[in-house]
Write a protein that binds this ligand. Sequence first.
Ligand code: NAD
Length: 366
Amino acid sequence: MECNEKNSLKILVTGGAGFIGSAVIRHLIHDTSHEIVNVDKLTYAGNLESLESISNNARYSFEQVDICDANALKRVFNQHQPNIVMHLAAESHVDRSIDGPGEFIQTNIVGTYTLLEQARSYWEQLEGDKKAAFRFHHISTDEVYGDLPHPDETANKVLPLFTEKTPYAPSSPYSASKAGSDHLVRAWQRTFGLPTLLTNCSNNYGPYHFPEKLIPLVILNALEGKSIPVYGKGNQIRDWLYVEDHARALVLVATRGVIGETYNIGGHNEKQNLDVVKTICAILDEVKPKETSYLEQITFVSDRPGHDMRYAIDAGKIEQELGWTPAETFESGLRKTVEWYLANQEWCQHVQDGSYAGERLGKGQL
Ligand code: NAD
């Protein structure tokens, strides 16, 4: 059996109720014929409402499972017999990792180890084409590389980018725990031959993003008349990618990537945080004007400890080898995102007060 999207595969997605995982599942249901098993613990960051548009599809099923629970994972592998694992489940918010690193070590490192071991024992008993086609795709971040020289702090005109060969130098408990999980995945490939793939992506933005992250936080605070907090001088640079472009890249890598390879994914959109905030305010001033500009709500707050100054991705490898390019520009993607949040205030309310999961869908039946 070849591993390409013409065949219908069973894809086990961990963290599928989160921001990026739900975009991957919506893409898989809408644009492929693959079957999906969503394995998610439903932490504060996991919301089944993000999957409401596809949850009744016969190709979709949900397992409420913690990736640290080896027995539950064993049952899921045996029952669903996946061809591919796409591993997105993680604790993902840097500020939370500074307030309490324990959950990050547990889910991102112990959870990834537990999943790798269950995937390995399942894969080892497969035979023939099914064994040859199995893939374990680990989804990671560019934050494992640390930060890059900032244009304000270097006379150098040519600024470096993260490549797949950039040495790891994580700064926060979050990025250190993701770096640890990346190392485990590579070791399971090298030592046990598990057919793994790894991707490291820049900052994502788009619909269904939990409102603690910069872009949705700015949109919602602006609309609610609250102050819009900006860390330090707001000159930190991030390389933004629209989440649906990331989802397409991930499915390409999972189905066509070369075993053992790493692919960097990024949008060629280096922006200073303050410019992102000002652009959101300008869009809101246009689409939902009020007496004063939203710009007046911007407030500068003390910088995050250990804050990385610049991230920027060289995505040449995935572009040349797998033919992926982002479809959205930052301007078009940001406008879509602002419009989505304006139209989906109910989703924002539910994920913030936790009033959706389980009640309307009945967790036990999913
Ligand atoms: P998210 O926080 O929105 O979602 C994480 C999901 O994982 C949630 O549904 C949560 O319930 C689930 N989860 C957490 N702990 C779990 C556990 N122990 N067992 C099972 N499920 C659990 O995260 P996201 O932004 O969608 O990120 C997904 C992945 O992509 C992460 O691995 C993250 O490191 C990586 N990533 C994110 C970005 C970004 O900009 N958001 C960029 C690059 C890489």
